[in-house]
Design a protein around this ligand. Structure first.
Ligand SMILES: Cc1cc2nc3c(=O)[nH]c(=O)nc-3n(C[C@H](O)[C@H](O)[C@H](O)COP(=O)(O)O)c2cc1C
Ligand SMILES: C=C(O[C@@H]1CC(C(=O)O)=C[C@@H](OP(=O)(O)O)[C@H]1O)C(=O)O
Length: 368
């Protein structure tokens, strides 16, 4: 089953972009947790479409209805289920091009996988719209993590050729993450968000799209999350992050650039700060041997330029097996990076919570 995930928190995602509703079933949550529903709504609004000219013009409020698992303002511990109705579909946009595979989208592979039975409207189950319920689950994970002192945040590292500064990998402050969270295009350097917006709007005017990179930080993570070999923090995060539509790459710490360093520079030398173990640098992104070291977990995620663009493109007619041309009409994000920011934070929070719950299973024993 491809739409279920998790070991301790088990997620089951359902719906299609142009069906009645999308939603998620979250199993394994601890009981007795009071959720801050207003905070969840803020996270949903950060992602919702149709709010800005850098985004798709499809307008969805992404209001969620809790169906189960929440009683007397607390989680019951049994499956928490929510539904988000699709209210602003425009399926006729997909009539004209339904026989043609959109280059870069999942029309061709979806047709092969589901033998032509997939709902192609709005990308169906492949749509970025399915990230709304992930943001809901992530908002809960963020609240549980924050009660343990762990905070997840991010900024846009680049869009096209425009580059923001990087996080200081040894210390990312909660204040910086709060400041980024309320920004429309969250960059550390304010001037860069202006340039990024111009880059997106220029591509849109030209009937084109742009991609970019998001840098994420998990701050105050406890040391000891994850296990070698197949349950490393990197492999869990990568599994979840690559489930997000449009993701093309991930790198931890210095990432590919660590190959250009010598060991003497790449190694993160250690010191004691009171009772805590710290490192002077954080080239390994807070993970060693697949296990969190207690330093910030830092990684970057590459997102491709949106597939559905207005420019004429060469493709195939999937029914006639013939070459064809496609001109896509409809409402698309000229850049998915901006709206993917809260999605990737949510995805990260879910993974860290799942790993933390795993750790709590063995944490009762005396530790070195
Ligand atoms: C928040 C979000 C919004 C997206 N919006 C669009 C869009 O408007 N048009 C589009 O073609 N792709 C969009 N995508 C990306 C496609 O869903 C994705 O490229 C497609 O499902 C194929 O998957 P892949 O790129 O991972 O191979 C979006 C993705 C996300 C995460
Ligand atoms: C609706 C959302 O984004 C959609 C993601 C998407 C895709 O192909 O991924 C295609 C577009 O769908 P439609 O053609 O129905 O407007 C976007 O608008 C959302 O993210 O909530």
């Amino acid at each position: 089953m491809s739409s279920t995930w998790g070991n301790n928190i088990k997620l089951s995602l359902f719906g299609e972009s142009h069906g009645g509703a999308i939603g998620i079933n979250i199993d394994g949550l601890p009981s007795g947790i009071s959720l801050n529903l207003e905070e969840i709504k803020i996270e949903m609004k950060r992602r919702a479409p149709g709010q800005d000219k850098t985004a798709t013009s499809r307008k969805e409020k992404d209001e969620f209805e809790i169906l189960s698992g929440y009683f007397n303002d607390k989680t019951t511990g049994t499956p928490l289920s929510i539904m988000i109705r699709n209210t602003n579909t425009q399926s006729k946009d997909y009539d004209k091009t339904k026989d043609f595979a959109r280059p870069g989208h999942a029309d061709f592979t979806g047709r092969k996988r589901y033998l032509g039975n997939n709902d192609y409207r709005g990308g169906g189950h492949f749509s970025g719209r399915l990230t709304a319920p992930i943001v809901f689950a992530g908002a809960i994970a963020k609240q549980i993590l924050s009660s343990e002192g762990v905070i997840v945040g991010s900024h846009i590292k680049s869009i096209g050729e425009i580059e923001d500064n990087s996080f200081d990998p040894t210390k990312v402050s909660p204040r910086l993450l709060e400041f980024l969270k309320v920004k429309k295009l969250p960059t550390i350097d304010d001037n860069k968000s202006v340039e990024m917006e111009k880059t997106i709007l220029r591509a849109k005017e030209e009937g084109d799209s742009v991609g970019g990179v998001i840098e994420l930080a998990v701050i105050n993570p406890m040391a000891g999350l994850g296990s070698p070999f197949f349950d490393s923090v990197e492999s869990h995060l990568s599994h979840m992050i690559f489930s997000i539509p449009g993701v093309k790459g991930i790198e931890f710490g210095k990432g590919f650039d660590i190959t250009k360093m010598r060991g003497s520079k790449a190694n993160d030398e250690m010191y004691m700060e009171g009772e805590e173990v710290k490192t002077y640098t954080n080239n390994n992104g807070g993970i060693l041997g697949g296990i969190s070291s207690g330093m910030p977990i830092i990684f970057r995620v590459a997102l491709k330029p949106t597939a559905s663009i207005a420019k004429s493109q060469r493709t195939i007619d999937m029914f006639k097996n013939k070459d064809a041309k496609i001109e896509i009409v409809g409402r698309h994000d000229p850049c998915i990076v901006v709206r993917a920011v809260p999605v990737l934070e949510a995805a990260t929070a879910i993974v860290i919570l799942d790993l933390l719950m795993e750790m709590k299973k063995y944490d009762g024993f005396k530790r070195a």
